[in-house]
Design a protein around this ligand. Structure first.
Ligand code: PGA
Length: 263
């Protein structure tokens, strides 16, 4: 796990976007795993700027989102399909986007289809991730099997409360979601996890320096061969080895500094 600590969320988003840019330039047909929530917004804004000002070309990219609420149609203001359209898809030129279908009639069959679609696309090159206060990735809440695949999950009350801000009332927040599993995420070639703000500090420390446990699903990323974690100062505050991570980043060998992906 490479941990990059930046002075601000904006600086972190810029580095994250540069990593995605680097991949898309080297592999124009890249398969990107995408995330919703407050965390990746700055990164999406930066990619949109790169599209507009630098002509970054997404015309051969395919995307798969991590999750979606069960029961919300794609046009619902709080659906993740709508979030992705408004915050990213409508502003770049990606022809093939996938967000789990929260209205699927046969959810288990749909989840199998989603897994197959990822495999048929060649697997995910880079999976963008946030982390929940409880250590979830995607919507894999504590207790999720660390080998799980795309399936339906029930949200914890903590997550329902955290997501209440996107709905008119807490009663309206769906209790069920379709989410890629922890095993699905672990199959990605690179994981790029962003976490900003003091409220994420405890989850970040548990993920990076705690035991690997289903009680903190993000901790399985310690077993992933290529995970990059980008933090701001506040989110790094509970890390015991923050000084070492800064030292590593400041002293990266030149060949690693130039690019995150081999040519
Ligand atoms: P956030 O959510 O980006 O809105 O903080 C992250 C998550 O719950 O995975």
């Amino acid at each position: 796990m490479e941990i990059i600590i930046q002075p601000s969320a904006e600086a972190g988003a810029r580095i994250g976007a540069r990593i995605v840019e680097d991949l898309v330039r080297k592999k124009p047909e890249a398969v990107l795993g995408l995330a919703t929530g407050g965390t990746p917004l700055g990164l999406y804004r930066e990619l949109i700027r790169m599209r507009r000002e630098l002509g970054l070309d997404f015309s051969r990219v395919t995307t798969f989102n991590l999750d979606e609420y069960v029961g919300l149609p794609p046009a619902h203001p709080a659906s993740y399909r709508r979030f992705m359209r408004e915050n990213f898809f409508d502003h770049v030129n990606i022809p093939q986007t996938h967000v789990p279908d929260g209205m699927a009639k046969d959810i288990p069959a749909y989840c199998e289809y989603y897994e197959k679609a990822i495999r048929d696309a060649g697997g995910i090159d880079l999976q963008l991730l946030g982390v929940g206060h409880d250590g979830h990735i995607g919507f894999n809440e504590p207790g999720s099997s660390l080998a799980s695949r795309t399936r339906i999950k029930t949200l914890t009350e903590e997550t329902v409360a955290a997501n209440r801000r996107f709905f008119a009332s807490e009663a309206e927040v769906p209790r069920h979601v379709i989410t890629m599993g922890v095993g699905t995420i672990m199959d990605s070639r690179t994981c790029l996890l962003l976490a900003f703000g003091e409220a994420k500090a405890r989850a970040v420390a548990a993920m990076a320096e705690g035991p690997i446990t289903a009680m903190c699903p993000a901790s399985i990323l310690q077993m992933h061969p290529r995970t990059i974690v980008i933090l701001d100062e506040a989110a790094s505050r509970s890390l015991k080895r923050a000084a070492y991570y800064r030292h590593v980043y400041a002293n990266k060998p030149a060949f690693q500094r130039l690019s995150a992906f081999p040519a």
